[in-house]
Design a protein around this ligand. Structure first.
Ligand code: SAH
Length: 460
């Protein structure tokens, strides 16, 4: 984060504006809207400034900037067309630890001003950190269209109701549940749009009277293999409504950035040198939070029902009669192969796909015999540390030694690594790869040469 975003309370606070031209006018307008006590210093002023002075909205001082002008100021904006003066203002302000903005020169300023969408009291500020102002403007225009004009009125109304809602609902959870219903209420929205005060009051009374006891629940959500764009819209919505998110190692940081900021985050994955939280304990965490009336999201890498123990967790919830639902995710086999340019099936090469765990209960010879058949694609999850065993078992069942194989590490992420080779090289290939990694065996792997579109592939 290059700049820390804050909203300042400038009401009745002395601020200094250096410059009396048109650019300075724009800044003066903003400071006036924020209720600042504005002193403007410049050798000359536009007529607009003189008018504002007459209206006592600011005070103009006809002079060159001097250090004394900074006395008692909270904030300074240098908006002259003279770079040296702007720099001097910035240096002097910085010496005195006063935040200073220099117009058109974000690098030499201690704060920058964002693009703003004003639906007071809702304010949306957008900044590109001075790197792409046009992009910030385009985003602002998009959001302007997207945010209804009545948003301000709705927020204003919420502000007036806060105390009443606090009295009515004792717990934080119940209050939040009320506000979610309040802001999503179409009928209330319609009354506000039409400016019907009676209708608004009636609707509010109804909402306040309704039973507001949030019932705890658990949603098992598949986060996909890593790229946050691969989570489903439904999964995202759940993450943004959650009170508690219980997640493990395979859930990427990118995905965790999408979780509601206020949600409690509970990590239950393996930490370096430590074991995973035992399954029993995870089940208990889910049950305890749901019983406390929380909306719990159990976020799992890939798809929760594919080598994810999702079903075991649900069984524990059923035992305790906790309502649950499941949002599927893109499993690693699908995400990683697609991002490596490997189609899982192909009319000519593979008529079926097998997802196989490299861990867990071993497979017997008869099963390995089926697995080693032609015309299919094999995807081994959790197989990296067993690559030598997998290689040996497939060769034992007469799969040809030159069968194309790939290993995809951290698939779909910017750090994705793909290595392609032959079955006889699998063990050696695996030695240079790290977890999480997926092993893919089958003719389809060779299509990667043509179809690769993301990142790079190393040939073994
Ligand atoms: N439920 C998950 C799988 C959990 S098992 C899913 O549907 O994808 C964990 C294994 O998944 C890892 O050992 C690895 O083999 C594979 N895996 C998950 N994410 C991966 C990724 N981004 N890149 C490569 N392999 C991944």
């Amino acid at each position: 984060m290059d700049y820390f975003p804050i909203f300042c309370q400038l009401n009745n606070k002395p601020c200094l504006l250096v410059g009396g031209g048109e650019v300075a006018e724009r800044k003066a307008r903003l400071l006036m809207e924020a209720g600042a006590v504005i002193s403007v210093v410049a050798p000359t002023f536009t007529p607009q400034f003189m008018q504002w002075q007459n209206e006592q909205r600011l005070q103009c001082f006809t002079a060159e900037f001097s250090v004394a002008d900074l006395a008692d100021k909270w904030l300074v904006i240098a908006a002259t067309d003279n770079e040296q003066v702007n720099q001097l203002v910035y240096q002097q302000a910085t010496e005195q630890r006063i935040f200073c903005n220099v117009v058109d020169s974000p690098k030499q300023a201690s704060f920058i001003m964002p693009s703003v969408i004003d639906r007071s009291p809702i304010m949306v500020a957008i900044s590109s950190g001075g790197k792409a102002p046009v992009l910030a403007r385009i985003l602002r225009e998009k959001m302007e269209q997207w945010l209804p004009n009545s948003l301000g009125a709705l927020a204003q109304l919420a502000g007036k109701l806060r105390e009443q809602v606090k009295q009515r609902f004792a717990t934080m959870g119940a209050r939040r549940y009320f506000w979610e219903r309040f802001f999503a209420d179409k009928a209330l929205q319609a009354e506000i749009d039409a400016g019907r005060d009676n209708g608004i009051q009636q609707r509010i009374s109804t909402l306040l009277a309704e039973n507001n006891q949030p019932q705890g629940s658990v949603v098992l959500v598949g986060a996909g293999p890593g790229d946050a764009g691969l989570m489903t819209i439904k999964g995202l919505q759940q993450c943004q409504q959650a009170d508690v998110v219980v997640y493990d190692r395979l859930v990427s940081d990118e995905v965790m950035h999408l979780v509601r900021r206020d949600a409690e985050r509970i990590y239950v994955g393996k930490r370096a040198g430590f074991h995973c939280v035992p399954q029993e304990e995870i089940n208990q965490i889910l049950i305890n939070h749901a019983k406390a009336g929380k909306r719990v999201v159990r976020l799992k890498g890939g798809d929760p029902f594919i080598f994810g123990r999702g079903s075991e967790e649900l069984e524990a919830l059923i035992e305790h009669q906790i309502p649950f639902s499941v949002v599927p995710g893109i499993t690693a086999a699908s995400g990683c192969t697609t991002y490596a340019g490997i189609p899982l099936t192909h009319r000519d090469y593979a008529q079926s796909v097998r997802f196989i765990t490299g861990h867990g209960k071993g497979l017997n010879d008869a099963q390995w015999q089926c697995i080693a058949q032609d015309n299919q694609t094999l995807v081994f999850y959790m197989g990296l540390s067993k690559a030598d065993y997998i290689q040996q078992m497939l060769l034992n069942q007469h799969m040809r030694a030159t069968m194309p194989v790939a290993i995809v590490e951290k698939g779909t992420l910017a750090t994705q690594k793909v290595v392609v080779g032959q079955l006889q090289q699998l063990t050696e290939m695996a030695s240079s790869m790290k977890s999480p990694a997926l092993i893919i065996v089958g003719e389809v792997v060779s299509l990667n040469q043509k179809l690769q579109w993301f990142g790079t592939t190393l040939a073994n």
